[in-house]
Design a protein around this ligand. Structure first.
Ligand SMILES: *Cc1c(COP(=O)(O)O)cnc(C)c1O
Length: 965
């Protein structure tokens, strides 16, 4: 007897995507629920999530669809974007992503699913790539110390302003900005200046520094090189005068231009900032791209953001790691001068590899070709009677066509080219790597000039338009890395070699608390490199971005539904920037209501460092609220602080569930108390993975939150960025969301507060990822994902509890979506530290959990819903085995200074030398549960961080250093 044939409609039921996204299937879930002591997911969440905050009904989201259907929907959205050739300029340029880099970095999970390289032993590949990025920036800008990326050019300029204010001798309030700076940079600088009492003065500095500004007192100057208009001016007179006045000079410079022009460092600049977008990074309607910042040697220790340095490992061999880690600004909380945390690692890697691929001569050739096209374009325009405004330029022209600018721009658009409509009388045209002879001819036609068919003859008779006094003469990018990987075979293998050194989600679990390292599904990633999404200029006319605008509107609406807020802005390009935008909205709201004195921001001591740093940047005064023994906000202290600051209270900033991984029972009461005192409530939404579909912050009392799309909503971490940190608000704060000077549609009616990112919708290019996640999961899938995330954390907590104390629990002894385990008692008893445990996990094939946050000496574990039971068990088994190893140290079986924990991680190279340890080679590298055939080998031994901080090396070291031993 054969079984009855299933019906066609039964066969048409595809496996729902949620079953792919969520690791544990029904069988696994049943086992995990049994371990946690519950009969169903609903039972568990009913016990874990406080009744008072639970949502009433299902989320109103469109029905989930399968991968094929969602990809088809994305295709039709993409088809509604029109990609014209982008000659708008303004800091965004056409570029050709070398396919070997696109496929093997941008589209390769070995790169994009990695975490920030806080565990350097398992991050050597991306650390080397970032060091290469720093070398590119340092060499091209002529300033020796460059950070490992900032969020974009405009925020980098704002960071430079803050840095200048700290280090300048000139104590005046003025930050002087040249009128030829990029308009979005000026706008972001203004946003960031206002709350901190900086006066931004925008002036035409081509004639020098205005005397009245000098008299008022200038601490910093910002120049653009070349300017937004395309003009290349010699900055030296301004630099010299600024230095006389005690001001620090920042030059925002175009990296491609710097292959031909004298670098800012050589012209006396103290700081250089900019973007590396045109080094092979797709436009993506505005981002993500890696901003850069480099400084003279004296300011190396004042850099915002992350800095990669060279140190040495336990064998004395060179190894990379994040230098001066506590200098990561946000870690210093209210003493921080920058809130930057997530940056743009993946994009910095792409830019660095673009430089490796082309080498200095290739880059210079691209720059020269770009310049020649601009020169010939100008020659043809001039011969045809048009007025090219400037005498010297690199790639961008400003052309004067009285009253005809709109007509010219329209004619170019007809020919498939976007030009910049500067004003009624001026058109901007930017050439780039992708410019061709045909496009030059099309631009001539749009201007109504004859041009020439014989471009080669025009070439012969047209001189360069680079100022002779500013031609670059020194050698740059001389390190062998920029010369050795010219063939695609060599490049492919170099990329593979780097990727192989790193541990990312494509190898195993990364149980980092607060970071939500969940699945980044391939179907979610697919659309970001489609040309219709990747090729759009951020200032392209809105009618060319209909697909993007629809996707953005839908994503905003769906995030509003999920969070219970009324309005969402997708502009902030990291969580930290969402925090700032949210706090600026609170500030603007109080001011609009006649309460400018409300500037106190209450923050629990357990908060993420960015919270306090953002509050200071938003002009607020941080008052710390104590944490009770159970990990909750200390209610009594909170009430006392509210009372003490009642008239000045601006906002309470809390993370929910708390950074201790607990659903606090009384969150609604806390919100009410703050409101009663006239304050606002900010809920840091980085932990939304514990709430989606179960509770909505906008409905349980909060006024504003930021979300991290690179945590809860599946944008991969990229090894430390990109991110998207949307800010979500209730209606009364909606008028104060960020706007944008070049794209009013990106902000609320009335314009909102100033922009917090260079591009109108921030990192629009990666929004298809989160859009796809929501579309694939639907309301039911999202809710189940949250429930399984909570289940997984409780399962891990239960399994580890007999071996390590679980520090905090909420209702019913349950944790939320993560758990904190305490290693301090073991450290006291045996000398084994959390660092030893973290490094030993590498030998077992794992990335360590979050270390010492929010409590020193603890590990915070967030398994997420995406890890299946086998992987959860493999992790728990490893942690339990490590506990047994700690006990052997405690029992004196292994000496404190020579055991598998203090010596971890172990490399393959170690095995071939003399073996003097009191444990075997097998115990070292193949401890229980590690399958030899799928072993991950760290490329270096434990890295000595202190050595690297004492001997700061932040660009590619000479190869000879590696020849040792
Ligand atoms: C990750 C995180 C942030 C900061 O987000 P970034 O995108 O890294 O700037 C803020 N708060 C909490 C609780 C976080 O976990």
């Amino acid at each position: 007897m054969t079984a009855p044939r299933p019906s066609l409609s039964a066969l048409e039921q595809h496996t729902p995507f949620a079953a792919r996204h969520i690791g544990p299937g029904p069988g696994d879930r049943a086992k995990m629920l049994a371990q946690a002591g519950f009969g169903s997911l609903d039972e568990l969440t009913a016990a874990a999530v406080p009744e008072a905050i639970r949502t009433d009904g299902p989320l109103r989201l469109p029905e989930a669809r399968d991968e094929a259907a969602v990809l088809a929907e994305l295709r039709s959205l993409a088809a509604r974007n029109t990609v014209l050739h982008p000659m708008i300029g303004l800091g965004y340029h056409g570029t050709f992503t070398p396919p070997v880099i696109q496929r093997n970095v941008l589209e390769n999970p070995a790169w994009y699913t990695a975490y920030t390289p806080y565990q350097p032993e398992i991050s050597q590949g991306r650390l080397e790539a970032l060091l290469t990025f720093q070398t590119v920036v340092a060499d091209l800008t002529g300033l020796p110390t460059a950070g490992a990326s900032l969020l974009d050019e405009a925020t980098a300029a704002a960071e430079a302003m803050a840095l200048s204010r700290r280090v300048a001798k000139g104590r005046g309030p003025v930050f002087l900005v040249d009128a030829d700076c990029l308009p979005q940079t000026v706008a972001v600088v203004r946003t960031r200046a206002e709350p901190t009492g900086v006066e931004v003065r925008v002036a035409d500095l081509s004639g020098g520094i205005p005397e009245d500004a000098a008299e008022r007192g200038i601490f910093g100057v910002l120049l653009q090189y070349p300017g937004a208009s395309g003009a290349v001016r010699d900055p030296r007179p301004v630099v010299e005068r600024a230095h006389e006045l005690g001001a620090v000079v920042t030059v925002a410079a175009d990296l491609l231009a710097l292959t031909l022009l004298t670098p800012p460092g050589e012209l006396g600049a103290d700081i250089a900032v900019g973007t590396s977008q045109r080094f092979g990074v797709p436009l993506g309607f505005g981002g993500p791209h890696a901003g850069y910042l480099s400084v003279r040697a004296a300011y190396a220790r004042n850099l915002p953001g992350r800095l990669v340095g060279v140190s040495r490992d336990a064998a004395g061999r060179p190894a990379y790691r994040l230098a001066l880690q506590t200098r990561e600004q946000h870690i210093r909380r209210e003493k921080a001068t920058s809130n930057i945390c997530t940056a743009q690692v993946l994009l910095a890697v792409i830019a660095a590899m673009y430089a490796v691929y082309h080498g200095p001569s290739g880059l210079a050739a691209i720059a020269r070709r770009t310049h020649r096209y601009a020169a010939l374009l100008a020659a043809g325009l001039r011969e045809g009677g048009a007025e090219v405004v400037h005498g010297a330029w690199f790639d961008t022209l400003t052309v004067r066509v009285p009253a005809r600018a709109a007509a010219v721009v329209a004619a170019a658009r007809e020919a498939g080219i976007n030009l910049r409509l500067t004003d009624a009388d001026h058109v901007g045209i930017a050439c780039d790597e992708t410019t061709t002879r045909d496009r030059i001819a099309a631009v001539w036609r749009a201007f109504g000039v004859p041009g020439t068919d014989d471009l080669d003859a025009l070439d012969v008779r047209t001189p360069d338009a680079l100022p002779p006094a500013l031609l670059r003469e020194d050698a740059y990018l001389t390190h062998p890395v920029f010369h050795e990987h010219r063939s695609e075979t060599a490049m492919l293998r170099y990329l593979r070699r780097l990727a192989d050194r790193d541990y990312a989600l494509d190898r195993g679990m990364i149980p980092l608390g607060s970071c939500t390292m969940k699945l980044n599904a391939t179907a979610e990633m697919a659309a970001i490199t489609w040309p219709e999404f990747a090729g759009l200029h951020p200032f392209a006319p809105a009618d060319q971005a209909a697909g993007y605008l629809e996707l953005i509107r839908e994503l905003e609406q769906r995030l509003a539904e999920i969070t219970g807020y009324d309005a969402v802005s997708l502009q902030p390009n990291a969580g930290s920037q969402g925090e700032l935008a949210g706090l600026l909205a609170v500030r603007a709201y109080h001011r609009a209501n006649g309460r400018p004195q409300r500037t106190v921001c209450l923050i629990p001591s357990s908060a993420h460092g960015t919270n306090a740093a953002s509050a200071v940047m938003a002009g607020m005064r941080v008052v710390v609220v104590a944490t009770g023994a159970n990990g909750d906000v200390d209610a009594e202290d909170l009430r006392a602080k509210i009372a003490a600051h009642a008239d000045e209270l601006a906002v309470l900033m809390v993370t929910y569930p708390s950074t201790h991984g607990v659903f606090e029972e009384d969150i609604a009461g806390i919100c009410a108390a703050v409101h009663e005192a006239g304050g606002q409530v900010y809920v840091d939404g980085a932990n939304l993975n514990a709430l989606v579909g179960l509770a909505r912050p906008g409905r349980f009392g909060a006024d504003v939150s930021h979300l991290n799309l690179h945590k809860t909503f599946c944008i991969p971490h990229g090894g430390g960025g990109p991110g998207v940190g949307p800010v979500a608000v209730r209606a009364h704060l909606a008028p104060y969301l960020p706007g944008h000077p070049l794209q009013p549609a990106a902000g609320p009616e009335g314009g909102g507060t100033g922009p917090v990112a260079a591009a109108p919708w921030g990192s629009a290019g990666i929004l298809p990822i989160s859009w796809a996640y929501l579309r694939l999961m639907g309301a039911e899938g999202l809710r189940t994902a949250t429930q399984v995330a909570v289940l997984a954390a409780n399962y891990v907590a239960r399994r580890l509890e007999p071996h390590y104390p679980v520090l905090y629990t909420g209702p019913g002894g349950l944790v939320a979506h993560e758990c904190v385990i305490d290693v301090r008692p073991l450290t006291r008893a045996t000398g084994v530290t959390i660092e030893d445990v973290a490094k030993r996990l590498i030998d077992y094939g794992f990335h360590a959990p979050t270390m010492s946050f929010p409590v020193a000496g603890t590990l915070m574990i967030e398994p997420t819903e995406s890890e299946d039971l086998a992987e959860l068990d493999r992790f728990c088994d490893a942690m339990i085995a490590i506990r047994a190893e700690i006990d052997r140290v405690g029992a004196g079986e292994w000496p404190r200074e020579d055991n598998p924990l203090v010596n971890a991680p172990h490399t393959a190279a170690q095995l071939t030398g003399e073996w003097t340890h009191p444990y075997s080679r097998r115990e070292a590298v193949h401890p229980a549960g590690v399958a030899p055939e799928s072993k991950y080998w760290p490329p270096v031994r434990r890295i000595d961080g202190a050595y690297g901080d004492r001997n700061l090396v932040c660009s590619c070291p000479p190869v000879a250093d590696y020849a040792a031993d």
